[in-house]
Design a protein around this ligand. Sequence first.
Ligand code: ADP
Ligand code: MG
Length: 394
Amino acid sequence: MKKTIRDYNLDNKKVIIRCDLNVPIIDNKIYDDNRIKMSLQTIKYAVDHSAKVIILSHLGRIKSEEDKKNNSLLIVSKRLGELINKKVKFINETSGEKVILAVQNMKAKDIIMLENTRFEDYPLKKESNNDDELSKFWAGLADIFIDDAFAVAHRSHASNVGIAKYLPSGIGFLMEKEIKSLKYISSNPEKPFIAILGGSKMKDKIKVIKKIADKADYLLLAGGIANTFLKALGEDVGKSVYDLDSIDTCKKLLSNYKEKIVLPVDFYTNYEYENTLNPIYISNTCIPNNLMALDIGDKTLKLFEKYIKCCKSIFINGPLGVSEFSGFSNGTKQIFKYIKENNKKTIIGGGDSAASAINFGYKDAFYHISTGGGASLEYIYNNNLPGIKVIDEK
Ligand code: ADP
Ligand code: MG
């Protein structure tokens, strides 16, 4: 068992909390503040227990000076201040004298946020390469390190793995919930257990599919994942998205897990990868050359619902169609609705599928919506992550 923030006396201690505040920002406005909200519990706990709170987070990717202009955490610090109803002092540096001074001047219950940790990535990639000097600098600022940034726990960066090597460490509330939920999936999900796998990133997912296939009673496949399996079966998928490199693996999976794999039987399609309010319905798995499957059809919905009705727990990774397009979001929406109505214990672990669930109004409808797409799949695959491994045991 990992130590948590509850295992430390925080009173008057300098505590670094590594959050994932990597929110989408468009035209200098935060488009979705969910990740800030998900971080509040741990930050509030530290303040309530009289810690001096130093917040670290990354935002976007920094590959040039230009990137720095568009990825400052300043507006994130302001939003956090509003949400927590307390001043959050923003330091527009990631290291150096100004940071040291600001920390020296802190009083109990103060919150400061340093600039985007990835500013250290240009020009020298210090953050992403887990630079030892940078890790020691950050660790030198505090007494305790709390990691709550699940979404980057599959990376060994200075601001998670690096600091943890040099300070007493623990996990925050969000990280604790993420681990608990994903452990449930990767160890002992209540049976029948169904995995619904969609989306398009077949290459990232293929190794995890095998692992999940061992655990699951049924795999309901959709999106580019299903197209690749259908192609492996010799079906015509037309212009649909699929992954040629994964065909051989799909063939093996189809022969080893034949009775578990459930594929779509009909589709909504279009001529191009673009939205339309009049999708073309194809009532079988023979998609003409000039069309691409962009959502599951109504017969598939009914078929999937039959499996869902009888199950006890569900893992979802990837939307069932192009859920960003209103004309092709119905499959994903209807499945979420059905799962909610039937009250199934459900965990969503995928960046885009989690975003669709939140956008479609299901933010609090499920047991857990993971904040980490890549991290949740890696966790299921390895039963651990570098950012978790490095945290002190109880
Ligand atoms: P997640 O982030 O949930 O793991 P992925 O990143 O694998 O999911 O895939 C998400 C993307 O897959 C979305 O942009 C969605 O539009 C796309 N997608 C879903 N179904 C299809 C499809 N049939 N054809 C093409 N793209 C699809
Ligand atoms: Mg994605």
